[in-house]
Each structure stands twice: as structure tokens, then as C-alpha cells.
Write a protein that binds this ligand. Structure first.
Ligand code: 26W
Length: 819
């Protein structure tokens, strides 16, 4: 049924070799003798892309089959990581490709090194979106991840003099072999202008929007393969361009500057990713980006619908649209506009379709992250959408008034418009009102969503709220990242575990097998040696792979409390200084993560960790017993080296703050034990792996709220806890270098405010770390707990999460039956 392309999609080593050479000469115009390592990468990428695209042509099917409901995952961020190795794994071609290249004297690993990863996201939310595309392709659901093709993704991080320096991420510089430009799918998007009424042929009142500016969205498709699957998912990213008719008049009248200015403005729209994770800045350009990709994507879905011979009145039957946080929430108003103004449906029908289409995932409770837009800004940029939102709101509030007469307080709290002072559009309210389902990303978080940010909605629509606990792809984060462990897992649990992660439970029995434990420890040690080499290469720091690798990698944020970890490290340092015989097993503390460029305290936290390294790593009194490393530029590629090498996973956010966390899952899957609070998915991880295999500490979310209500006194902890006081005094004294004023802002913040209760949890954290050290001194017991962590993490595959979304939210049936 699909075209015979065997010349390009043969799976024998000789065929791959030939396809590779053909691409080198015909696609890249290179004689093999002159080809660079980067040429080799491009040629192999094009070879592999042929295989993936070929699957894509067959998996999106022709017109013959009855069209299935498709999933559109709307996300302002994606973090796919390097594609090439992942495709080879998914297609089962890794070893064949290695052989094919070896026959040309080319080393596959050197080729894989050449790939520049697309950093089109900040952290958890973007990486989750990519894990979900991986799983959608794997379980066989027709799906498109829609987003923005940022020209510059998240900045590259360098460390200079201990501080973070941001470098522009020019990921497209060497060319991007994975994407396919689809000129035929381009759509236009308006901004500004005004609306006017008109009367249609049937005498009905209509509105149309006359935008002041039009920007073109160009579609770029990147195919995402699934594991052992004949389906692919598509990541369709929009690039903004000027329409060719841009200010033609100005141009013709010799006003070249003005004409060019508009072109530049249009292209700026998709220029750069906003690098702040969990902080809203209210920048107009960001709202433009959000509307731009939401509108392009919905128009694209309507175009596909039409190709399938269906009409806009069937939209919800053909598309389930997931809003990845509120960044695409304006899509609710845009779909209404398209249905009413463009396709001339009646309001009530359009509203029914809209609500049957959308569902919304909340990823954060942080008040400073909740998106709201000043109503004036919104109205100037999107006048028609503001009218529609006000109409949605008026109708919604009428219903509430009818159901709860006289409860004006309820109206004010539920309203999509915040009227306490300057008026704002509350995007979470819009997303919630416009969706049939709202979910949080871990059990605790989903409960907190109902008790806090959306409490009033949960009261009127309890059935709308649900939970889907996050998951991660075991392909990238175990099979690819940890080949040593993978071999062991396949022997112990059978080869099918990457697609059926619950099979890992077969390992349980082996936790008591001394021979297996020895192999397990060998694998971990090899992974740590590999990371140690990389650390030396990137930072010059020497580490001992037999020491306990204690890892905290994630965005730098006060709520994640990297500074709690640092206080503990410095307290250990002081302990050894006081008493060189102190019984403290050797540890290597590894930090990684980016700070938002404007987040001063986060940058101070990075500086404190590098300063701690400078102080401790070469101190002869410490004699290598403690090392502190800040691993620069934590991204997906580097993560694949870090997670497999972790002995201890630091998940120490203040309870109630981390919606889920996903690094916690990646490390535990790779056999790390967790030290953590009862926050996000930690709660479920602990339940799964067993409380005896998890180091729990700290205030619970309920206790945190209590403290917040009653007020807290960080200084009391400082005064009553000698170890804490000495550690803080030590930092304040300037002993970390840079003079005594350097870390004053951080210290003052802790002593005067301590908004994330670092001082309140310091003692409990230290005690939990003591338990870590005790278990570590018994390597057999540690190995047993490590094996049980991996064995019991089956639930946290993103395949499980995606199946839950399919069944409970999207109402689509995966092509591949569940395990
Ligand atoms: C408006 C600025 C902004 C930018 C990004 C606000 C909020 C965000 C994201 C929602 C932040 C984010 O990535 N949240 C993380 O989502 C992960 C996937 O669900 C969770 O595992 C993390 O706990 C959560 O912090």
C-alpha cells in the first residue's frame, strides 16, 4: 500500500551504508573523502529520517480509513533532546548503523556527538511534552504536538568566575536535517485593529475582525518515532514570517525603513524562547507568541478537517486538544472566533464544540507563575478575542448567579476577569471554563489544584477535575542513557521492558541475589566513572567514582531549595574541619540547572555552589572526602550522562510547591535512592518503591500551610540550632571568598523571610542525610534498595500516563493494546 522506497529504507548494514553515501554525495554535495564529522552526522540523520518519514506516510493513513479522533498537544515548549540516537533505538537500527559506518571507518558515537539539541523549552513542562509525543507514537495514537519554532532556544549556560553567563543558543546554525518545511500548510494570523458588525444574508447579526497586522505562520514538521512502533507522532512548529503584502504601500512610496520594520517585527515573533520558568513577566511579545501558535494550530486542524471531508461542526469529533498549561489558553477564544465569525456557526453550538474539544493541564500553583494579562493590552492586541472572552464570562457568570443567588463574592472569585484593581484576563479561568476536563500532574498536586487556585471551580464542577500523574520515557532515559543497565534489565526481566515497563517487577526477586547485586553495582560504578570523566573535562574537578554521587539537577529556584542542600554540605565541611576523624563517608555533590537570567537569588545560589566547590575541593584537611561540582549547561544531552550516575536523588522542594517533578522519576528508574519531601510525585514514588527505600524528611504540605497561616520565625531556628547558626555565620563571614557582602542578600532573605522554610527543614534534612550515610556504609543493603527502586518504578512510564489521557480525557483508542 505504501510506495516502494526500499532503496532508501533498507535495514541491512549494506543498504544503510549505501543510503548514507548517497545522501553524502547527492543531498549534501560532499565527496566522502572530504566529508567532515558534521557532514557524516547530516548524512546519517537524512538516512534515518527517510525511515521515520516513511513510517509517517503510512501511519497518518490515506483517506480510505474512517478517520480517528486525533490528539493535538498544544505546548509553547518542547525539549526533544538529540533525535538521531533515539530514532536508531526506536527503529532497532543502532547496531546496524554502527556496523555500516564502521565499514567506512566512521565511529557512530563521534557522529552522534555532532547533533545540536533543540532547546525549545525551559524544563519540566517542555520535557514532559516531548516524553508524551514519544509515548503517543509508541502506543499508536494519531497526534500532533503543536508549538513554536524558536530560532533561539533556551540559552547555553557557561560558568565564568563561578557565575552563570548566558550564551545565545544558535541551534539552527549547522542546519536542521529533521524538519520538513510545509509551505502548503502556512496560515495567516492577525493582530490589533478593530471589529465591526455586519448582517448576513439571513439577516443575522455578525461580527468580523479587521486586524491591523497580519503575520504568516510557516509550518515545520519534525517526525517523532515510537519504540518498536509503526506509528509516528508529528511535532509541527510554527515560524513567523512577514506576509509578502507587508506594507506594500510604504514600500512603493519609498518608505523602505517602515516596510522593513514590519518585516522585522513579524519575524521577531518566533525569534526567542522566554527563559523564565515559573515567572510571568507580562511581556506583550509573549502574548503574541501564544496567540500566534494557538491560531496557526487551530487553523491547521480546520484545514485537515476539511481535507477529511468533514465540517467545522464536527471539530470535536475529530480533534482532542490538550492545553499544556495556560500558555495556549487563548485558543479557547480563537476556536470560538473561527467557528462563529469565519464558519458562521451559532454561539451555542460553537460553545458546545469548544468545550467538547479542549482539556487543560495545570503544571504549577506558584502565584507568580499564574498567567494574567492586563485587559487593555489584551484588547489592543486581540480586540475580537476580548469581546468573545467577555461574552463567555457574562454567560458563565449568569449561570453561576442563577445557581447561587446573592453570592456576589463567588462571582468575583470565579470571573475570568480579575477586577481587584487594574483589570486582568485570568488565563487559568479561561482554560478551565473552556475545557471539559482539568488535570493536575501528580495526586497531591491535583488535590491542591482543587483546594487552592481553582477551588471555586472545583466546587461548582467537581466532575471536571482529575489527576494524571506524569511519566517519563524509559527509552531515552534508560535504554539510551544507560546501556549498561539496559543489558542487565533485559537479561533479568526480558527484552520487552522499554515498551512494558511494569515488567521490571521481575527484578524484585533478584534484589536478594548477591551475584546480581555485584553486577548491578558494577554498572553503576561504570556510569559514575563515565560522568566523572565528563566532569573533569568540563570543570577540571577530579571526583572519585567510588564516593556517593549525590545529585540535584533541575532549574534553579528557591522553592526547589538547592540552598538547603548547600547548607548541609557546608555543615559537613565544618564538621570535618572541627573533627578530622568525623565518620562521614566520601560524597560528591553534583548540581546542575539554569537560572532565569533575571532571577538574582537563583544566580546567587549558583555562585554559592561554585564557591563551595572552590573552598572544599582542594582543601587538604578534607582530603577528597567531599567534592562539590556545578555541572554547567544542564540540558537533555547532559542529563543522559547524569541520571544513570546518581546514587542519591535530591527532591527537596518545600512540600506543596513542586507540581510533580520528573527528574525524580528518571533517577529512581536508574537505581538512585531518593531523599525527598512529601511533594509532587515523590509521594507516589515513595509508595511504589517502599518507604524503607526512600529517605523522607520535612514538613508536609498541610504543615507548611499551617506555618504560613500562623507566621514563622526563621531566626528562631537560627538561634536554637548551633550547627545551622555556625553554617550561616560561616557564609556571612566571607569565608567563601568574594568578601563578607557577597552572599548577604541570600543570607538576609533566609533570616528575615525564608519563604520556602529552608531553616525550618534544615534539621530534619540533616537527619535524613545521616540515614543516607548509614545505609551507604553497607553497600549490599544499598544495592538491594537500589534494585528495588528500579524494579518498582514501572508505573512512571509516560506510556502509562498517555494511556490514561487517552482513556479518561481524550476518548481515543491507542493502536497498540496495553501490556
Ligand atoms: C509564564 C511563565 C511560566 C513558564 C513556565 C510559568 C510556568 C511555566 C511552567 C508551567 C513551569 C513548569 O515547567 N512546571 C513543571 O512542570 C512539570 C511537568 O508537569 C512538573 O513536573 C514540575 O513539577 C513543574 O514545576
Amino acid at each position: 500500500k505504501s510506495p516502494n522506497t526500499s532503496l532508501r529504507t533498507g535495514t541491512k548494514a549494506a543498504e544503510i551504508r549505501q543510503a548514507f553515501l548517497d545522501h553524502l554525495t547527492c543531498s549534501l554535495g560532499r565527496l566522502p573523502a572530504y566529508a567532515s564529522a558534521h557532514d557524516h552526522y547530516l548524512a546519517l540523520a537524512l538516512t534515518v529520517r527517510d525511515h521515520v518519514v516513511h513510517l509517517g506516510v503510512s501511519s497518518f493513513g490515506g483517506k480510505e480509513s474512517k478517520p480517528q479522533r486525533r490528539v493535538a498537544y498544544l505546548s509553547a515548549e518542547f525539549l526533544p533532546g538529540p533525535h538521531l540516537a533515539n530514532h536508531l533505538l526506536n527503529l532497532g537500527l543502532s547496531e546496524t548503523a554502527r556496523k555500516a559506518l564502521a565499514s567506512l571507518d566512521i565511529d557512530l558515537d563521534a557522529v552522534l556527538e555532532q547533533e545540536e539539541e533543540p532547546g525549545l523549552g525551559n524544563g519540566g513542562l517542555g520535557r514532559l511534552a516531548s516524553c508524551y509525543l514519544d509515548s503517543l507514537a509508541t502506543v499508536g495514537v494519531q497526534s500532533i504536538g503543536y508549538g513554536i519554532r524558536y530560532e533561539f532556544g533556551i540559552f547555553d549556560q557557561q560558568i565564568r568566575d563561578g557565575w552563570q553567563v548566558e550564551i545565545t543558543d544558535k541551534w539552527l546554525h549547522g542546519g536542521n536535517p529533521w524538519e520538513i518545511h510545509r509551505p502548503g500548510a502556512a496560515r495567516d494570523v492577525g493582530f490589533g485593529g478593530h471589529t465591526e458588525s455586519w448582517t448576513d444574508d439571513f439577516g443575522r447579526h455578525r461580527v468580523r475582525w479587521l486586524p491591523a497586522i497580519t503575520v504568516r505562520g510557516e509550518a515545520y514538521d519534525t517526525p517523532i518515532s515510537g519504540y518498536n512502533s509503526d506509528h509516528i507522532a508529528l511535532m509541527r512548529l510554527w515560524k513567523s514570517e512577514a506576509t509578502e503584502s507587508f506594507d506594500f504601500e510604504a514600500f512603493n512610496h519609498g518608505n523602505y525603513d517602515r516596510a522593513v520594520e514590519q518585516k522585522v517585527d513579524s519575524e521577531n515573533l518566533s525569534k526567542v524562547l522566554y527563559p523564565n520558568d515559573s515567572f510571568r513577566h507580562g511581556k506583550e511579545l509573549r502574548l503574541k507568541q501564544q496567540f500566534f501558535f494557538s491560531s496557526c494550530s487551530l487553523q491547521d486542524m480546520l484545514r485537515i478537517l476539511e481535507m477529511q471531508g468533514a465540517g467545522p461542526e464536527n471539530f470535536h469529533e475529530h480533534w482532542a486538544v490538550q492545553l499544556n498549561d495556560t500558555h495556549p489558553a487563548v485558543a479557547v477564544a480563537e476556536l470560538m472566533r473561527l467557528l462563529i465569525d469565519v464558519h458562521l456557526l451559532a454561539w451555542d453550538q460553537a460553545w458546545e464544540i469548544t468545550r467538547a474539544t479542549f482539556s487543560y493541564t495545570n503544571h504549577t500553583l506558584l502565584p507568580e507563575a499564574l498567567e494574567k494579562w492586563p485587559i487593555d493590552l489584551f484588547g489592543e492586541l486581540l480586540p475580537r478575542h476580548l469581546e468573545i472572552i467577555l461574552e463567555i464570562n457574562a454567560r458563565f457568570l449568569d449561570e453561576v448567579r442563577a445557581a447561587f443567588p446573592g453570592e456576589d463574592w463567588r462571582i468575583a472569585r470565579l470571573s475570568i476577569i480579575d477586577e481587584n484593581g487594574p483589570r486582568y484576563v485570568r488565563m487559568a479561568h479561561l482554560a478551565c471554563v473552556g475545557s471539559h476536563t482539568v488535570n493536575g500532574v501528580a495526586e497531591l498536586h491535583s488535590e491542591l489544584v482543587k483546594q487552592t487556585v481553582l477551588a471555586d471551580f472545583a466546587e461548582i464542577w467537581p466532575e471536571k477535575f482529575t489527576n494524571v500523574t506524569n511519566g517519563v520515557t524509559p527509552r531515552r532515559f534508560v535504554a539510551l542513557a544507560n546501556p549498561g543497565l539496559s543489558t542487565l534489565l533485559s537479561k533479568a526481566a526480558g527484552k520487552t521492558w522499554p515498551g512494558k515497563l511494569s515488567k521490571l517487577s521481575k527484578l524484585e526477586a533478584l534484589a536478594d541475589d548477591a551475584e546480581f547485586r555485584a553486577k548491578w553495582r558494577q554498572v553503576k560504578l561504570a556510569n559514575k566513572s563515565r560522568l566523572a570523566e565528563l566532569i573533569t573535562e568540563r570543570t577540571g574537578i577530579l571526583t572519585d567514582p567510588t564516593s556517593l554521587f549525590d545529585v540535584q539537577v533541575k532549574r534553579i529556584h528557591e522553592y526547589k531549595r538547592q540552598h538547603l542542600n548547600l547548607l548541609h554540605i557546608l555543615s559537613l565541611y565544618l564538621k570535618i574541619k572541627r573533627d578530622p576523624t568525623a565518620d562521614i563517608p566520601a560524597r560528591t555533590f553534583i548540581f546542575g540547572g539554569k537560572a532565569a537570567p533575571g532571577y538574582f537569588l537563583a544566580k546567587q545560589i549558583i555562585r554559592i555552589s561554585t564557591a563551595a566547590g572552590e573552598l572544599i575541593n582542594d582543601d587538604p584537611d578534607i582530603a577528597g572526602r567531599l567534592k562539590v561540582v556545578f555541572f554547567p549547561d544542564f540540558n537533555v544531552r547532559n542529563a543522559q550522562y547524569v541520571y544513570p550516575a546518581a546514587d542519591l536523588s535530591e527532591q527537596i522542594s518545600m512540600a506543596g510547591m513542586e507540581a510533580s517533578g520528573t527528574g525524580n522519576m528518571k533517577m529512581s528508574l536508574n537505581g538512585a535512592l531518593t531523599i525527598g519531601t512529601l511533594d509532587g510525585a515523590n509521594v507516589e514514588i515513595r509508595e511504589a518503591v517502599g518507604e524503607e527505600n526512600f529517605f523522607l524528611f520535612g514538613l508536609t504540605a498541610d504543615e507548611v500551610s499551617e506555618v504560613e497561616v500562623c507566621g514563622h520565625h526563621p531566626r528562631q531556628h537560627y538561634e536554637s540550632d548551633t550547627e545551622l547558626r555556625e553554617t550561616i555565620d560561616f557564609i556571612a563571614s566571607g569565608a567563601l571568598g568574594g568578601g563578607s557582602g557577597l552572599f548577604q542578600p541570600l543570607i538576609a532573605n533566609l533570616l528575615e523571610h525564608d519563604p520556602y522554610l529552608v531553616l525550618a527543614d534544615f534539621r530534619a534534612y540533616g537527619e535524613a542525610q545521616q540515614r543516607v550515610s548509614e545505609l551507604w556504609t553497607n553497600p549490599e543493603d544499598w544495592a538491594r534498595a537500589s534494585i528495588l527502586n528500579t524494579a518498582r518504578m514501572g508505573k512512571f512510564s509516560s506510556d502509562r500516563s498517555i494511556r490514561e489521557y487517552c482513556q479518561r480525557i481524550w476518548k481515543v483508542k491507542p493502536g497498540k493494546p496495553s501490556e
